[in-house]
Design a protein around this ligand. Structure first.
Ligand code: FES
Length: 110
């Protein structure tokens, strides 16, 4: 028997449950994930913890597609996870989509 492993797509919430430009924290299979709502009605999902000093990224804000850490304002690209500071590691960005007003995320299996 062959087992195929695909990353599960998980419904998180409705888009309306996230304020525009702000984030919301989710625990997805033990991963801390921050989901943000863009001004044009999309969602972006990244790791919930800042690699600099552990700031809670869901408490930050979104400027354009940049997630701004609430502790020291380092910025992370909401689609790639790249950091604007050379000395700080990038974070994971996750595939996310909004369908019929519901936010779905795809996370790799642990
Ligand atoms: S903890 Fe995020 S920038 Fe310092």
């Amino acid at each position: 028997m062959t087992t195929t492993t695909t990353a599960p797509r998980i419904a998180l919430c409705t888009l309306d449950e996230i304020a525009v430009g702000l984030g919301r924290a989710f625990d997805v299979g033990g991963r801390e994930i921050a989901v943000f709502r863009t001004r044009d009605g999309r969602a972006l999902a990244v790791d919930g913890k800042c690699p600099h000093k552990g700031g809670p990224l869901a408490d930050g804000m979104l400027i354009g597609e940049q997630v701004v850490c609430p502790l020291h304002a380092f910025r992370f690209d909401g689609t790639s996870g790249a950091c604007d500071q050379e000395s700080v590691c990038a974070i994971e960005a996750y595939p996310v989509e909004v369908r019929d007003g519901t936010v779905y995320i795809t996370v790799p299996s642990a």
